[in-house]
Design a protein around this ligand. Sequence first.
Ligand SMILES: Cc1ncc(COP(=O)(O)O)c(C=O)c1O
Length: 385
Amino acid sequence: MTDAEIRHWRAEFPILETCTYLVSHSLGAMPRKAAVYLQEFADMWSTRGVRAWHEGWWEAGRETGNLLAPILGVQTNTISMHQNVTVAQGIIASCFTYQGPRRKIVMSELEFPSNHYLFEGFRRYGAEIVYVPSADQIRLDLQRFLDAIDDRTVLVPLSLVLFKSASITDVRAVVEKAHRVGAHVIVDAYQGAGAVPMDLESWQADFAVGGSVKWLCGGPGVGYLYVRPDLAATLEPGLIGWAAHAAPFEFAGGAPRYAGAPERFQSGTPNVPSLYSAKAGYEIVAAIGVPAIRDRSLRLTRRIIDAAQAAGYRLNTPTSDAERGGSVVLDVPDGASIAYELIRRGVIVDFRPGAGIRMAPHFYNTEAEIDHAMTTLAEIVGSSA
Ligand SMILES: Cc1ncc(COP(=O)(O)O)c(C=O)c1O
């Protein structure tokens, strides 16, 4: 990206004028246009009332999913939209049974807690949960992980980028092993989508889930669910609602007649206002292109790493570019209160117990902001030593 492009995009994100915003792994900055789209939604509701369902609202999920398709590297009409990752994974989990010999769900101990909590709930239906430990608490222990996947495994939920360390996992290797033994892989793309190029289709991922609040700058309320097209046609999710029916407006009772993909994975009434607000961020990410964002991200995270190493801070993020997602995790003594002080001084970051201070530059951040953040951090660490 050129300096002019960066200036152009910065102007689209009002919060950047007020602070040093380095927390896009948690909540990406709001694009100015999100407010325009939300106003459009309100105007539709106010002027068209119930007619709005047939004038755009009913199709909003499919259209928003299609905006995401190139970002995830999948075909159009393969993505359904949901409230969040938990709901999307719940729908996937409801496609399978857990009583027969194939009942194991294999996950890393480093997965985001929602993923653990959701699948823990499936123990009551017979699922066996296997947590694969990580020796360094930063990376997936790949061989150990692959060895845990066997012909008793039904599902393998796996984050593309681990939330605590920003370590990138080897999705291809996991899919290859899972398919060899008849298991399915769910890629949690949340910490990657919009920051790390993705080619889910050529990786042959069975499912992918994620949400909008982070690198996609789409705000809360929208998660996505991708299902491999050939698989989608064969699955009958249990956790569905009327929007998954082939003819929802017939309001037929009894067993559902499933719609084709992606609607057959829908639950009930779509979350229309969030679909409107989310698309502003998706459009910007798609317009810039993830490879250009990744290029910029690697430069900015490298700058943080160089400053951190010069200052002697411990890094809980892989330092090699190929292994690192969009954030850097710095482990400094008393990290929680140092993060709090950074935020008080207008450098917005976050802190995760057992990991450290997470800093996440996005395409709209500048080198000067990184330098300001690292100088401020050094001042705080110095004064608290
Ligand atoms: C990898 C990953 N998965 C899932 C989530 C959140 O899931 P949900 O959309 O259910 O809140 C996060 C949020 O921080 C995350 O980092």
